[in-house]
Design a protein around this ligand. Structure first.
Ligand SMILES: Cc1cc2nc3c(=O)[nH]c(=O)nc-3n(C[C@H](O)[C@H](O)[C@H](O)COP(=O)(O)OP(=O)(O)OC[C@H]3O[C@@H](n4cnc5c(N)ncnc54)[C@H](O)[C@@H]3O)c2cc1C
Length: 573
């Protein structure tokens, strides 16, 4: 800790409050803070840094470096038919009312929210690769269509819902003192008793609560598949509870990224888009009063040829927040910058395919009679006797995790009504698959070559079953295998990290929570408030937690092949 921080610390002892101390030091130097990544975590870090620093009279300059041309990271939209103002979510699509940071932000920024279902009435079905095991008369993402569920599954839905509420209630303590802010997520997870839930699989957690019957197989597993591309034996209990998150799913009209764009705007940060951070190095501080390192950052224009050298950014930084999974960031660092390697964790590889068509799902694909009504949105689970597999093979006989109707649009050329569907699958969707799904021949090129005439070779009208097609592949979230330790938010003196929370829970909200947490830690550090209690707590228990994590990691290592493709192989990303 450097001297100015020490003197502030002394100051907070001498004066009756931190605010007094802050007021007394009008000449305090401006702190330079870099944030790498403008997703939910980085945007929230910037917004809360500005907020806390203003409240506590700490002068800060925030610079955000973002590799892409947009703010929001994995929260992004694409325009159907490439028409501006016709957006659909390609990445993170929903949040819920208990997501306090996001929900409050929509109120504060006056951003209108919508129900993420479409306006079109329809049926939501759960398919096990052979038949529909459950259907409900709504495309709402909520599972709590209680009357119907109780009729089919007895009391299991009621008790599952109760368990979800209790677990989320415990998790929400992380937002408040004395649990907020936290220097160690592992410690907090232990203190709150949440490691008992993250340390076991969803299946084990449900079994412990006597909730592992048909409801868990048909509904809870469907939810873990659509939300985390995982079957119940391969996702931890907390991830399972979050996938069944309480009611009230919503999305921001025009795109959830708007929350993060507002956060960045209100943070008054300097934003450097298309700017890839290539390296972080420590340099001696310019401030002779300060014993703390300053950080130097080199950036490169995104897309610049390999032989173009990264350039040093002209400002050096007191604090750096890495707000992106380190293993994918491409950031180099000297050995003294991050003393302990950042935990590298397996991430899911997920293909997300959006397309517009005037066709609906074919009954034949789902083994239904020709005239049968097919659900407009289909989520999937495993067959009754099907073995649950992890990773890439997890989709099982169904072959995909979900195929949902996300929007109804008018084709700008034909003026026909069209349906926009979104498919989550472990493999790239093929024209053959779509031909079977829609019951019509889909060309090898998915959409017809626009330069081709309106008629076919023999003068027949050519059908364009797919008028717009948008495929993408993501590492959307970690494979949430059971674990009991999580990468800490502090990597070194003045160096912070947000993505450790992703193997605990990965949502826009939890990334935003980690952004808020590091913002509080940084401002408190300037104010001399150290939160050392985190590290001192129950050392013996923490050692036991580490031991248990090693055991879990060892178990997972033994079956590495079973856990899907290693992260390094996701070269197509
Ligand atoms: C298909 C999909 C569906 C999802 N569904 C949901 C959902 O419904 N609800 C939900 O809550 N969550 C959902 N998620 C998860 C959610 O998107 C993430 O948990 C969350 O957005 C992560 O935010 P983040 O800020 O931590 O990371 P990111 O959003 O990944 O942000 C990191 C940013 O850092 C930038 N960056 C990386 N490296 C560098 C570098 N070297 N220099 C500069 N910038 C860099 C990246 O470009 C990116 O903008 C989904 C994700 C995907 C992909």
């Amino acid at each position: 800790m450097h001297l100015s921080r020490l003197s502030l610390f002394a100051c907070s002892f001498l004066f009756s409050s931190v605010a007094n101390c802050a007021d007394s030091d009008a000449s305090r130097p401006v702190k330079q803070i870099a944030i790498i990544g403008a997703g939910a975590a980085g945007s929230s870090a910037a917004y809360h840094l500005h907020k806390y620093a203003s409240e506590d009279d700490v002068p800060v300059n925030i610079t955000i470096f973002e590799k892409t041309a947009h703010i929001g990271g994995r929260t992004l939209t694409v325009n159907v038919h490439d028409i501006p103002n016709n957006p659909v979510e390609l990445g993170a699509s929903i949040f819920v009312e208990v997501n306090h940071i996001l929900f409050n932000a929509t109120k504060e920024f006056a951003l209108p929210t919508t129900d993420p279902g479409t306006d079109e009435a329809g049926v939501l079905g759960v398919w096990d690769g052979q038949s529909f095991v459950y259907t409900q008369d709504s495309e709402s993402w909520g599972w709590w269509n209680i009357a119907k569920l109780l009729w089919q599954y007895g009391t299991a839905p009621y008790y599952t819902r109760k368990l979800v509420h209790e677990t989320i209630g415990t998790f929400l303590k992380l937002y408040e003192a004395p649990y907020f802010p936290f220097r160690s997520l592992s410690t907090r997870a232990y203190q709150l008793g949440l490691v008992k839930i993250t340390g076991v699989t969803g299946l084990q957690w449900l079994a412990q609560n006597k909730l592992d019957g048909p409801f868990s197989h048909h509904i809870v597993q469907t939810s873990t598949r659509v939300n985390y591309a995982s079957n119940l034996p391969y996702i931890h209990g907390l991830g399972t509870m979050v996938a069944m998150a309480p009611e009230g799913a919503m999305a921001v009209a025009g795109g959830n990224w708007r929350i993060f764009a507002q956060m960045v705007y209100r943070s008054r940060a300097h934003v450097s888009l298309n700017s890839t951070v290539a390296s972080i190095t420590k340099k001696p501080s310019n401030d002779p009063e300060s014993g703390s390192p300053k950080y130097s950052i080199k950036t490169k224009r995104t897309g610049a040829p390999d032989d173009v050298e990264a350039e040093a950014y002209p400002v050096s930084f007191d604090d750096v927040v890495i707000a992106t999974p380190y293993q994918f960031s491409g950031i180099d660092h000297d050995a003294d910058v991050i003393p302990h390697p950042v935990d590298s964790i397996p991430y899911v590889t997920l293909h997300v395919t959006l397309f517009a068509t005037s066709y609906q799902f074919s009954p034949a694909f789902f083994n239904l009679e020709p005239a049968a009504k097919v659900p407009t949105s289909v989520l999937t689970t495993l067959g009754q006797d099907e073995e649950a597999k992890p990773g890439h093979d997890g989709a099982g006989n169904a072959g995909f995790f979900s195929a949902t109707l996300v929007k109804v649009v008018t084709n700008p050329k034909t003026h026909n009504k069209e349906y926009v569907y979104k498919i989550f699958s472990p493999d790239k969707v093929t024209p053959e698959f779509l031909s079977r799904l829609l019951g019509v021949q889909v060309p090898e090129t998915f959409t017809r070559d626009p330069s081709a005439g309106a008629d076919g070779e023999e003068g027949e009208a050519v059908l364009d079953p797919i008028s717009w097609y948008y495929p993408a592949v993501f590492n959307p979230y970690p494979q949430k295998y059971p674990r009991v330790t999580f990468q800490d938010p502090i990597l070194g003196d003045g160096l912070y990290y947000t993505s450790g929370i992703e193997s605990f829970i990965s949502t826009m909200e939890t990334s935003a929570l980690m952004g808020m947490n590091v913002a509080r830690l940084i401002v408190d550090d300037y104010l001399g408030i150290s939160h050392v209690d985190d590290v001192g707590v129950d050392e013996e228990a923490l050692r036991e937690q580490d031991r248990l994590q090693n055991v879990l990691a060892g178990q997972q290592q033994k079956t590495a092949e079973g856990y899907g493709r290693p992260v390094e192989d996701a070269g197509e990303l």
